[in-house]
Design a protein around this ligand. Structure first.
Ligand SMILES: NC(=O)c1ccc[n+]([C@@H]2O[C@H](COP(=O)([O-])OP(=O)(O)OC[C@H]3O[C@@H](n4cnc5c(N)ncnc54)[C@H](O)[C@@H]3O)[C@@H](O)[C@H]2O)c1
Length: 313
């Protein structure tokens, strides 16, 4: 497995992969090679005390050729207050040459994009590498979904993993929660909230959704950036793929006419079954008309930003 970029996110992703023992060998690539060497040494120093030995080393683009999974985390350091779309200009200058190197290595595994704006860059990565659609994935709203669950867990003081549901659309401002499809301890979450009105005074679906959307910005304001949540999310996506788990996760994937979503040539998050070949079946969520309208609005904003970088292709 290869991780490209060893900044806050790349280092945390590498750490999660090693601690969970997800692969035999982890290769780190950075445009400052010493940083990759240093991180590899640092991670190897924990070997004595972790569950499974993972060999970690600095590598180069030729290591991508035989990798099962390549994860791209390189990008400009996100600034507090800056939206993900505001990172696009600087990000594409960094990510485009990286994608060309990955393509030229002969890589034919699963490419996981993490750099933001992740939906736009995943679309670009699919075009630039020429990989089959199933093999290009953006971490997308898998993180936002984990955040939604964490927030519901904080409110209810119950295990967040009992929430079944997804944040879908863009990993950004236009993301949304199709509440008609979210359930919790055996009933719809909307029903759960109604049944417990007196316990959760002031808690609304809109409020939970807003907190989910703002969570990344809030963390950035508090600690300068996010890394642990995205690292656990990327490790979870990777585990599903490498271990052929067929877990359904809302990752950013090419939408091409599936079900009632009726979108084409755009990367957005929808729940899909992930296995060793990458993206498999889509889930038909049966969105309400209002939810479908929000999905199309999300597609529009992502597509507009794809158009801004399409001339590079
Ligand atoms: N998808 C998500 O949910 C999510 C969450 C958090 C961060 N991110 C994104 O991850 C990316 C990295 O964030 P970070 O906090 O780790 O930033 P960081 O500054 O800590 O690390 C950036 C990494 O990119 C590398 N890099 C920078 N310029 C480069 C270049 N010209 N060529 C090759 N590599 C280069 C740096 O060496 C470093 O390893 C950003 O795009 C950020 O928006 C995504």
């Amino acid at each position: 497995m290869v991780v490209v970029g060893t900044g806050s996110v790349g280092a945390a992703v590498a750490d999660a992969i090693v601690l969970q023992g997800l692969c035999d060998e982890l290769v780190l690539i950075n445009h400052h090679p010493d940083k990759a060497t240093g991180l590899a040494m640092d991670l190897m120093d924990g070997t004595e005390f972790i569950g499974r030995f993972v060999s970690v080393r600095r590598g180069d683009w030729s290591d991508c050729r035989d990798a099962d999974v390549v994860i791209v985390t390189a990008g400009p350091k996100p600034k507090p207050g800056e939206t993900r779309f505001q990172e696009l200009g600087a990000a594409i200058d960094i990510v485009d040459p990286i994608l060309a190197e990955i393509r030229d290595s002969g890589f034919d595994g699963i490419l996981i994009m993490v750099s933001n704006p992740v939906d736009v860059l995943s679309w670009f990565a699919w075009k630039r590498t020429g990989l089959p659609r199933a093999q290009v994935i953006g971490s997308g709203a898998a993180l936002d979904t984990a955040r939604l669950k964490a927030i519901i867990g904080e409110i209810t003081r119950l295990d967040p993993r009992m929430v079944s549901g997804y944040v879908i659309g863009e990993h950004g401002e236009s993301q949304f929660v199709p509440w008609s499809t979210v359930s919790f301890i055996g009933k719809s979450f909307t029903q759960y909230l109604e049944d417990n009105r007196d316990r959760y005074e002031g808690v609304t679906l809109e409020g939970i959704e807003e907190r989910t959307r703002e969570r990344g910005m809030t963390i950035k304001r508090l600690r300068g950036g996010t890394s642990q949540g995205i690292a656990a999310t990327v490790a979870g996506i990777t585990r599903t793929i490498l271990w052929n788990e067929r877990r359904v996760l809302p990752v950013s994937t090419l939408i091409d006419g599936e079900y009632e979503y009726d979108e084409h040539d755009v990367f957005l998050s929808l729940p899909v079954a992930l296995d060793a070949s990458g993206v498999g079946d889509f889930v038909d969520l049966h969105l309400t008309d209002e939810e479908l309208a929000r999905f199309h609005a999300s597609a529009r904003v992502v597509r507009e930003h794809c158009a801004m970088i399409a001339d590079r292709l």
